[in-house]
Structure formats: C-alpha cells, structure tokens
Design a protein around this ligand. Structure first.
Ligand code: ZN
Length: 140
C-alpha cells in the first residue's frame, strides 16, 4: 500500500544549498558564480554563519521546476566535492529538508528545530518566493 500520493503541484519551487568551510569557501563562491553564469536562478546571499536549519556556512540557490533538472545534472558533474542539499519547497518545510531532500557529496546534519512541520499551521500561505536574478550567458 502506498502512502497518499502528493501532486507535483505541491512544489512551489526548489532550493539547492551549498555548504562550505574556511578551506572550501573560495571554491564554493566560485561555484555560485559558475551556476549564475549558466542557469536562470536566484543566487541567494552567502551566509558565513549558521542560519535556519543549516548549521554550517552556506548559500542557497532558488530554482524553478523548469530549470531544476538541468541544474541538478550539471551539479552532479560539477559539485567540486562540496556538500550540496537539494530540496523542494512545499507547505511541509520539515519534510522538505529531510525525507524529501537529497544530497550530493557528504550530508550535513541539519537542525530541524528551526523548521516548521507545516507553514500553513504557522500562518504562512507559501514559502518565500524565488526571484530569478542571475544573468546566464554561458552554455551549461
Ligand atoms: Zn532551503
């Protein structure tokens, strides 16, 4: 027996989080630029300290359904040994970051105390929107 089927329309958009430490920061930031030069995405700001469920320095790439598959394929070839989390953004924020997510490279232990089991339950209709701001000019 299957668990209840969730429709693809539950997904507003996706995030890809790229983690780094002092030794890999320059590489991670260069990868952020390389992604923005090839894909129409939202290039999130670089956090050099923990934020939300993310215990390590990281940045977020916001990506819409139509670009997600291509970016993931490209990252499979070009993750540079970094820890990368890909997750959908639905109403179920905690699931999005755990059982619905997957990793490239070494997984990082997230802090789920700072994620909501349901956004609607805390009065939010939807996750933060993805506002595309990159300037792709290179072939992927
Ligand atoms: Zn995220």
């Amino acid at each position: 027996m299957l668990d209840p089927i969730r429709p693809l329309a539950d997904i507003f958009h996706y995030h890809i989080h790229i983690y780094f430490d002092a030794a890999s920061q320059a590489k991670a930031c260069a990868l952020r630029e390389a992604i923005g030069a090839r894909f129409k995405v939202q290039l999130g700001r670089v956090f050099d300290k923990p934020v939300g469920p993310h215990p390590l320095p990281q940045y977020e790439i916001g990506v819409l359904q139509e670009e997600f598959g291509a970016l993931l394929g490209w990252l499979m070839l070009n993750h540079q040994g970094l820890s990368i989390l890909a997750h959908p953004n639905t109403d179920l924020e905690r699931h999005d970051h755990s059982s619905s997510a997957f990793w490239l490279g070494q997984p990082v232990q997230l802090d789920f105390q700072r994620t909501a089991p349901s956004l609607r339950a805390i009065g939010q209709d939807a996750p933060r929107p993805v506002l595309l701001d990159s300037q792709p000019h290179l072939p992927a």
